[in-house]
Design a protein around this ligand. Structure first.
Ligand code: NAD
Length: 513
């Protein structure tokens, strides 16, 4: 006997079974393949998620194609109202969603709420702004009796492929604008924490979204390849690690579709000698260790300028980082929770060892941390390296764990050079009281999102989010007005209403003047 609860079925052995959300309801997978979903705080497998076959993806695309015809033709303000109702429902269910998110991902409950909140802000922007942002342009008398206007039309069926680290925010960043613009959206969330995406699908349906307009297909490479290669999927929005982002961008382009693919990161914080080091230390603790360092905008490298700044900063960091509490994600008092899987833990600990082997100074070692009562959880404590150089793997690799590396620089130019020489260009911060230095930095740094005395400069919903260099492939950013450009195509209509007299055939290129 199985019972349907909150977008999953609970089997007799109490392990939840997460399947797909298709055409407005849960649909059991047919591929016979599943993946484990852990509770990282306890180490237990808490659910099994179906991994879709190509045939299941094809079925979802066919459903989406039909559903989009009606949705795309709807008045954009009506579409927007459904999205705003969805935002209300997410708010009403916030605690339940944050608990589920925290239990699958491992980030703390307040942080899980932040994940959801930053997501619905984009849906709110998209729902409220759709009618305005989809307006075209009109020019009269571009030739004798001729007018021109432009239309922004939906692409049709679009797909989002999203990472584990923001299981609510990124699916919402992608689906909100795509739906507001009149597309049908297929989400392929991370197989590591698919519970919240399925609940979001249920809430979209509850808000009045027509069946088939938002679907969730769980899966791995097979389902991603099926989406990238399907001729009826017109755009791919991807977020994840750089090698996969790059290969999906290439594959989507070869298949003739629009793609924006955001990749990994290595975010630096430059600390100028005039900065208040107590403020800097607190900012670094939150930005480096919050969410166990599993944020694409986490600061993983501090670049203090000058020996005195470096010595003082490392002393303050060492003292305060040692007091941070890593613990179960749903337990009040945990500063940060476990990392997402045992494989992630093993990888992070391996990179820490490589840092030691390469000669960096391990000031604080988070390996082997014990959380009483949760001995099997995937915990890594706060880790701090000093005297890291840019040729060490602990610097060049994206660690994606609670590990902060200090790379010392002699002066402003050397610090800027460290940042600009890195392969990634997602986020960066500078802490200083010198406006001229801040301005110079913001102008010359080769990074997409810059914080001045702000450690995690994630832009607000009505600006756009996107990294440079190996952090982003494609030429439009996520959310803000760019999202509407990405999820629509422009049609330009040139019009003359006949006045009854033909001027005869013309064989020269039409000219405006
Ligand atoms: P990932 O690349 O492992 O997975 C991302 C998505 O791709 C998932 O849905 C996964 O199922 C799918 N996938 C995995 N392997 C695949 C393959 N071989 N072929 C096709 N699809 C595949 O990333 P992750 O570990 O889930 O997320 C962490 C990464 O995401 C980090 O590198 C982080 O920096 C990055 N990230 C970037 C941003 C950004 O905006 N730039 C935001 C969040 C996360």
């Amino acid at each position: 006997m199985t019972a349907i609860t909150h977008a999953s079925t609970v089997k007799e052995n109490h392990v939840r079974h997460l399947s797909h959300w298709m055409n407005g309801k849960l649909v059991e997978g047919t591929s016979g393949r599943t993946a484990d979903v852990f509770n990282p705080s306890t180490g237990e497998v808490q659910a099994k998620v179906d991994l879709a076959s190509t045939d299941e993806v094809n079925a979802a695309v066919a459903i989406a194609k039909e559903a989009q015809k009606v949705w795309g033709a709807m008045n954009p303000q009506r579409r927007g109202r459904i999205l705003l109702r969805f935002v209300d429902l997410v708010n009403e269910n916030m605690d339940e969603l944050a608990t589920l998110l925290s239990s699958e991902h491992g980030k703390t409950f307040p942080d899980a709420k932040g994940d959801i909140q930053r997501g619905i802000e984009v849906v709110e922007f998209a729902g409220g702004g759709a009618a305005h942002l989809l307006k075209g342009e009109f020019s009269t008398e571009v030739g004798g009796g001729i007018d021109t206007h432009s239309l922004r039309q939906p692409l049709g069926v679009v797909a989002g492929i999203t990472p584990f680290n923001f299981p609510a925010m990124i699916p919402l960043w992608k689906s909100g604008p795509a739906l507001a613009a009149g597309n049908a959206f297929i989400l392929k969330p991370s197989e590591r924490d698919p519970g919240v995406p399925l609940r979001l699908a249920e809430l979209y349906t509850q808000a009045g979204l027509p069946d088939g307009v938002f679907q969730v297909i769980n899966g791995d490479k097979e389902s991603v390849d099926a989406l990238v290669n399907h001729p009826d999927v017109k755009a791919i929005g991807f977020v994840g690690s750089t090698p996969i982002a790059q290969s999906i961008y290439t594959g989507a382009a070869a298949a003739g579709k629009r793609a924006q693919c955001f990749g990994g990161a290595k975010n630096h914080m430059v600390v100028m000698p005039d900065a208040d080091l107590d403020v800097v230390t607190d900012a670094l603790l939150g930005a480096a260790y919050g969410s166990a360092g599993e944020r694409c905008m986490a600061i993983s490298v501090a670049v203090p300028v000058g020996k005195e700044t470096g010595d003082a900063l490392v002393a303050k960091l060492a003292e305060k980082a040692a007091l941070l509490k890593v613990g179960p994600s749903l337990e009040a008092g945990s500063d940060f929770g476990p990392v997402v899987t045992p494989m992630a833990k093993e990888r992070i600990e391996g990179l820490i060892q490589q840092g030691v082997d390469a000669g960096a100074t391990l000031v604080l070692d988070g390996r082997g941390v014990q959380v009483p009562g949760h001995e099997n959880g995937f915990y890594v404590g706060a880790t701090l390296f000093d005297h890291v150089t840019t040729d060490m793997p602990i610097y060049s690799e994206e660690v994606f764990g609670p590990v902060l590396a200090v790379v010392r620089a002699d002066d402003f130019e050397a610090a800027l050079n460290v940042v600009n020489s890195n392969q990634y260009g997602n986020g960066v911060a500078i802490f200083t009281r010198d406006g001229a230095a801040g301005r110079e930095f913001a102008t010359r740094v080769e990074v997409g999102m810059v914080g001045m005395n702000i450690p995690i400069p994630v832009p607000i919903a009505y600006y756009t989010f996107g990294g440079w260099k190996a952090s982003g492939f494609g030429d439009l950013n996520q959310h803000g007005p760019d999202a509407f450009r990405f999820y629509t195509r422009t049609k330009t209509v040139t019009t003359r209403w006949p006045e009854g007299v033909s001027e005869g055939a013309s064989f020269v290129m039409p000219q405006g003047s």
